[in-house]
Design a protein around this ligand. Structure first.
Ligand code: ATP
Ligand code: MG
Length: 234
């Protein structure tokens, strides 16, 4: 028996540019992601991973094909519906996009404001807990400029997870992390998938992440060339 699908992609195509400069980067993609899956997406540079991620995350318009996310048809959704969908998602991108004038804990709080909804805890408590979970208990008041690259990356992880999203999209979230910090982030990802049924789609070449994924999808030249469900080796 399968868990219910949270993302369904059918015959998705995507191209950049027009006329002679038009370059198609995604070809006829079909993909179904289910509740509680920790999915790694890998593939050569330029194979279309980030493009696909941003389409699924409603950060880019669908040109052709069907994308259904959390029961909403993204290609026909209006801006209000897209905003509502994004509130149920967490994003961790290559550039961490931390606000330079805000401390670590205030940056994490932004993740709660984006998610809106009812807070079961006061925001300080939720944001502090999220920072503690990524190993930054002693860095709550630090500005991004006073944090290392790996610490900034972990603030971005805390910000993405603090609102208990149904879906998490991450682009190389462990690239700047050492074994311990990377392991913590992976523990968090696994716990979310297992305990909350969160679906995580993680673009990475990090073998540590691949080893703990429940499924590995490989893109090559804008097509899915391999898709295997596997037993994590943790
Ligand atoms: N805004 C854009 N305009 C034109 N071409 C683009 C744009 N964004 C991406 N591309 C092209 O689309 C292709 C896929 O890019 P994408 O960023 O999805 O690759 P990727 O698999 O994420 O690569 P990487 O591993 O290097 O991050 C590349 O050839 C890229 O040059
Ligand atoms: Mg990319």
């Amino acid at each position: 028996m399968h868990a219910s699908p949270v993302i369904t992609v059918e015959a998705l195509q995507h191209a950049f540019g027009t006329g002679e400069a038009r370059a198609q980067v995604l070809f006829d993609l079909d993909l179904t992601l289910r509740r509680g899956e920790l999915v790694v997406m890998k593939g050569a540079s330029g194979s279309g991973k980030t493009t696909l991620l941003t389409l699924l995350a409603c950060l880019r318009r669908v040109q052709q094909g069907r994308v259904d996310v959390l029961g909403t048809s993204v290609e026909t959704a209006d801006e209000a519906q897209r905003v509502r969908l994004r509130r149920r998602m967490g994003f961790i991108f290559q550039a961490h996009n931390l606000h330079p004038a805000l401390s670590a804990i205030q940056n994490v709080r932004l993740g709660l404001e984006l998610h809106g909804g009812e807070l079961t805890q006061p925001w300080q408590e939720a944001a502090a807990h999220a920072l503690d979970m990524v190993g930054l208990r002693d860095r709550h008041g630090y500005l991004p400029k006073n944090l290392s690259g790996g610490q900034k990356q972990r603030v971005a992880v805390a910000r993405a997870l603090v609102g208990n999203p149904d879906l998490v999209f991450a682009d190389e979230p462990t690239a700047a992390l050492d074994a311990e910090a990377g392991g913590r982030v992976l523990d968090l990802f696994e716990a979310l998938a297992l305990e909350r049924g969160t679906t995580l789609l993680v673009v990475t070449h990090d073998q540590r992440v691949i080893d703990r994924a429940s499924r590995v999808v490989t893109l090559a030249d804008g097509r899915i060339v391999d898709d295997r469900t596997r037993t994590p080796q943790s």
